[in-house]
Design a protein around this ligand. Structure first.
Ligand SMILES: Nc1ncnc2c1ncn2[C@@H]1O[C@H](COP(=O)(O)OP(=O)(O)OP(=O)(O)O)[C@@H](O)[C@H]1O
Ligand SMILES: [Mg+2]
Length: 239
């Protein structure tokens, strides 16, 4: 059984500043259900732009993004954002006036769960990221690594089939970042989610099942790990 989403990005372009900045130029990629892929590239190469488009936080100028057979441009994306995708940002984006336990519940609001049910699920998620003891702490009193773990728990609030993580270890020291990655890998394995992880760190990228890069607005480098270039194997999934 896989709870992971299939993601097909086909020829997506996105420009800013009236076309002066071409962040993405017919970028394409496919993610299999449950796949763990990393995305690297120089600063400004369009990594966050691509993640924001896949997460329906922004709209492409052209091209298509289809998740589990449904095109993202088909109107109201709020249900998709709430239920299908989880997002972990480089800076944790937690609400400072809410406790860890309350922050994790934010994506659950308005989705029919009772308060007791929300609290139960949020406690379970905080337990999964090893923060049961800090449930009532405010973000300002948490360490950077702890904040990112709360942010991961929040991203999992509605059991997404796709997790998009934009440099979730970028602001952490390497030991703390390594712990965060191990947690992410474990949670992905247990849930079978599809994960797309943006990172500027090659060592981090190499831990994914497949490493993708962004160059000149396009996705490059698609060989599944263990398949040297040119060896027979599955057909390339990136055009
Ligand atoms: N809202 C925006 N308005 C104008 N330009 C933007 C906007 N968002 C991104 N850009 C530009 O698009 C390009 C791609 O930006 P993006 O944030 O996707 O890069 P990135 O690969 O995530 O970089 P980094 O590694 O520094 O996070 C950059 O030149 C950036 O300045
Ligand atoms: Mg970025």
């Amino acid at each position: 059984m896989s709870r992971g989403a299939r993601v097909v990005v086909d020829g997506v372009s996105k420009a800013f500043d009236g076309g002066r900045i071409r962040a993405l130029n017919e970028a394409s990629l496919e993610l299999e259900p449950g796949e763990f892929a990393s995305l690297t590239g120089p600063s400004g190469s369009g990594k966050s732009t691509l993640l924001n488009l896949i997460g329906a936080l922004d709209r492409a100028d052209s091209g298509s993004i289809v998740v589990d057979g449904t095109p993202l441009d088909g109107g109201d994306a709020s249900e998709y954002r709430a239920a299908t995708v989880g997002f972990v940002f480089q800076s944790h984006n937690l609400i400072p006036t809410l406790t860890a336990l309350e922050n994790v519940q934010v994506p659950m609001l308005g989705r029919g769960a009772s308060r007791a049910e929300r609290v139960r699920r949020a406690r379970g998620l905080l337990g999964e990221v090893g923060l049961s003891a800090r449930a009532d702490a405010f973000p300002g009193t948490l360490s950077g690594g702890e904040r990112q773990r709360v942010a991961l728990a929040r991203a999992l609030a509605n059991e997404p089939r796709l997790l998009l993580a934009d440099e979730p270890t970028g602001a952490l020291d390497s030991a703390t970042g390594g712990q965060m990655l191990e947690l992410l890998e474990r949670i992905r394995r247990e849930r079978g989610m599809t994960v797309l992880l943006v990172t500027n760190d090659d060592a981090v990228a190499a831990r994914a099942g497949r490493t993708l890069g962004l160059l000149d607005g396009r996705v490059v480098g698609a060989s599944p790990l263990g398949e040297p270039p040119g060896s027979p194997g599955p057909p390339p999934r990136v055009r």
